[in-house]
Design a protein around this ligand. Structure first.
Ligand SMILES: [Zn+2]
Length: 88
C-alpha cells in the first residue's frame, strides 16, 4: 500500500508471506531502474541468465563478470577467428 512521508511516495509491502520476496524483488528492481536508468541490463552472453548493473563511466559494460562471461566469449571469438584463418 502507498505511503507518503511528506517527501516521497513509498510502497509498504503487505501480503501473504510466501509472496513477499517476489513483491520486494519487483520493487527493488524498480528502484534500481529509477536510480540508475539504462544501467541495469542483461549480460551480453546469450547463455547467461544474469543481469548486471553497469557502473562504468562510459556505460559500455557488457558482461555480468569479465572473469566468467567476458573471458569466455572473448576466447570463443578468438577460436572462431583461428578456425577461419587460412592455413598456409
Ligand atoms: Zn553473464
Amino acid at each position: 500500500m502507498p505511503e507518503i512521508d511528506g517527501v516521497a511516495l513509498r510502497w509498504r509491502v503487505c501480503g501473504p508471506p510466501e509472496r513477499m520476496l517476489a513483491a520486494e524483488l519487483v520493487l527493488s528492481w524498480y528502484e534500481v531502474q529509477a536510480r540508475h536508468p539504462g544501467r541495469l541490463r542483461p549480460c551480453g552472453n546469450a547463455e547467461c541468465r544474469l543481469f548486471h548493473l553497469d557502473r562504468s563511466r562510459a556505460n559500455t559494460a557488457r558482461w555480468c563478470s569479465m572473469k566468467t562471461c567476458g573471458n569466455r566469449l572473448k576466447a570463443r571469438r578468438h577460436q572462431e577467428r583461428a578456425r577461419h584463418r587460412p592455413t598456409s
